[in-house]
Every structure is written in C-alpha cells, then in structure tokens.
Design a protein around this ligand. Structure first.
Ligand SMILES: NC(=O)c1ccc[n+]([C@@H]2O[C@H](COP(=O)([O-])OP(=O)(O)OC[C@H]3O[C@@H](n4cnc5c(N)ncnc54)[C@H](O)[C@@H]3O)[C@@H](O)[C@H]2O)c1
Length: 316
C-alpha cells in the first residue's frame, strides 16, 4: 500500500510510520518544529527529526495549509491517508490559529481522498467531551477549549462525506508512549513524572490528583486502532483503554517500578476552567479495536525507552 502520514514527525504519526514501513511505501508530511511559538509559550509544531531516525520512507517538509503540500500528496497517489497533523496543544487559546490549522485544511483532505479514492483516517480527540459524564460516548460532546472545538467541527464535517469516501475519525484519549518526548511540556505526564523521579526530584502533581481521572491509552493500542479503522464503517470511534485512572496512579506505578518512594509536591492547577476531570472511553463493540494495555502494562512496556531518554536527552 501507499500511505501518507501527515504529522508523521510527531508522536503518533512517527510511531505509525515506523510500524507500517516494512510492508508499505510511506510518505510523511510534516512542517517540523521551528522557533514559532503559540501565545501560551509552547511550540506551534513539535515535529522532530529524532522521531524519524529509523524511518526508511520519504519525508516532505511542508505545511498542510500549503497547496504545494497537496500537490505532493496528489502526485504520490496514496491508498491511505492517516491525518495526524494538527496544533495538538489543548491549552492553545488563539482560536484563529487553532481552527485555521486544524479545521480549515480538513475539508481539503476530505476532497483529496475522494479524488484519489484513498481511505482517510484522521485524529479526532477525547477533548471534545469536556465535562460530559463518564463513560463518554460519541454523540454527547461539550468542547471546553479551541482545540477541542476544532476536533468537534472536524467530526461534524467528516459526517457530511460518509457516503462519498471511507472516512474514520479516532477520538484518542490521553496517549502516552514512545515518540512523545519531543512534545516538551505537552508530552504525557507519564514521561514527565518518570523523568522527575529519575532525577531524584519530588513528582509535581496538581492538587487533588488522586481525584483527577483520565483514560490513559498506550501508543501500541493507538496503532492497532488506526489499523482497525481501515476496515471499519465510516464514523467516529473512541480510542481509549476503557478504564479511568488517576494522575496519582501514574506516580505510584512509576515509583513502584523504579523502586523509589519520593514525597509528592502538589501545586495549584492553572487550567481548572478548561480541564477535564474524569474521562473514560465507552468503547464501541462494532469497532474491531480491543485495547491490550492496562496503565501498569503500558508503563512497564515503556520504561526502557523512558530510561534511555533520560540518559541521552535529559541528563546528557
Ligand atoms: N497525544 C494525544 O494524547 C492525543 C490525544 C487526542 C488527539 N490527538 C491528536 O492526534 C494527532 C497527533 O498527535 P500527537 O500527540 O502525535 O501530536 P504531535 O504534536 O506530536 O504531532 C503533530 C504533528 O503535526 C505537525 N504539524 C503541526 N501543524 C502542522 C502543519 N500546519 N502542517 C504540517 N504539519 C504540522 C507537527 O510538527 C507534529 O509533528 C493530533 O491531531 C492530535 O490533535 C493526540
């Protein structure tokens, strides 16, 4: 198969590419990181060459807002497009920037996949649910920030084209695992807490972290969800572990795996107004995705990579 992966130098896109490159011809589209910052001080794009050191396919460095990028994809003639490129920062508050990048480009991707007869699997997000009660299910959304709203609007747009192309949206719940390190402060708290602990520092949690529940989802499960989407009915599906766990659980599991017993430091949560306090995916039986990793199993599987990063990147 010929596969385009947008956002392929980022976390999820790079892991998809590395997993699929053996049997497929892959073209990655990514604008990579530059000095450009969002108003909140975070990078606007997180693509990093180090995510692609083992990548054997082609890389085109371009913006998904640029016609040249679309020409490149058109010439490549993919059978499948995995669309991961986005401003992925849930705390980005510049509504124009977030919607211009995430939403405005999306209809072009839909039209292109219709034209090329390519399957389009795109990244939606569990953020669309806001404070809706757990377990969250498709059809009951309440986005609380511009990022979540951009994904919500993408899902609505996709729906209009279900009769014309194979389009599947995947609502990832909090993803963690290999490839996320270069997302800096927007990487999962699994790697951030682990590196605090490895440095001998007290893990820093938001106050009340034993009552902030999230459905933490391991990257390997996210890859299998993307593969399941290739044969799924058009629609939007949750991709989670199906179990809500707390941020305190992450620290406790890490301390037990790393053999430490550091006291935690609790700090006020600056994002209270736009924060999700309880997420848990309601998994759709009709979608052939079955998560394999509990939080304990995912962290165990990830630990060698966490330690490697600590030695090579954090402590270097
Ligand atoms: N990681 C999670 O927990 C999570 C949860 C829900 C949804 N998602 C979604 O999944 C997708 C992948 O997320 P991720 O965690 O890998 O994020 P990421 O930031 O690591 O990856 C996104 C990639 O897109 C690239 N990009 C950004 N703007 C671009 C543009 N205008 N043109 C071309 N490339 C551009 C970035 O350089 C980056 O490499 C995103 O759409 C994100 O919103 C992620």
């Amino acid at each position: 198969m010929k596969i385009v992966i947008t956002g392929g130098a980022g976390f999820i896109g790079s892991q998809l590419a590395l997993n699929l490159q053996k049997e497929n011809e892959i073209l990655i589209i990514d604008k990579m990181r530059s000095g450009e910052l969002l108003e909140n001080g975070n990078l606007e794009s997180f693509g990093h060459f180090k995510n692609l050191l083992e990548f054997d396919g082609s890389l085109f460095v371009g913006d998904i807002k640029d016609e040249k990028t679309f020409k490149k994809i058109r010439d490549f003639k993919p059978d499948i497009i995995f669309h991961e490129a986005a401003i992925s920062d849930t705390t980005a508050y510049n509504q124009f920037k977030v919607l211009d990048t995430n939403l405005n480009t999306f209809e072009d991707f839909i039209k292109l996949s219709i034209e090329l007869n390519a399957k389009l699997i795109y990244a939606s997000s569990a953020s669309v649910y806001g404070d809706m009660p757990s377990p969250q299910r498709v059809g009951f959304e309440e986005p609380k920030n511009p990022y979540a709203f951009s994904k919500f609007m993408m899902d609505k747009m996709a729906k209009k084209y279900y009769d014309k192309a194979h389009i599947v949206g995947l609502r990832y719940f909090n993803v963690y695992g290999k490839g996320e390190f270069y997302k800096n402060k927007t990487a999962s708290m699994v790697v951030q807490f682990a590196h605090q602990i490895l440095a001998g520092h007290k893990p820093r949690l938001f106050e009340g972290s034993d009552k902030i529940f999230r459905d933490f989802t391991y990257i390997k499960d996210v890859i299998s969800a993307n593969l399941a989407a290739l044969d799924a009915k058009c629609g939007v599906y949750n991709v989670g572990s199906g179990k809500a766990r707390t941020f305190q659980d992450i620290v406790d599991i890490l301390q037990s795996e790393l053999g430490t017993n550091l006291p935690c430091e609790y700090i006020p949560n600056p994002y209270v107004k736009a924060y999700q306090f309880h997420t848990e995916a309601k998994l759709d039986e009709s979608f052939a995705y079955r998560p394999q990793f509990s939080l304990e199993e995912g962290i165990k599987d990830y630990l060698d990579e966490i330690k490697r990063l600590f030695e090579k990147e954090v402590n270097a």
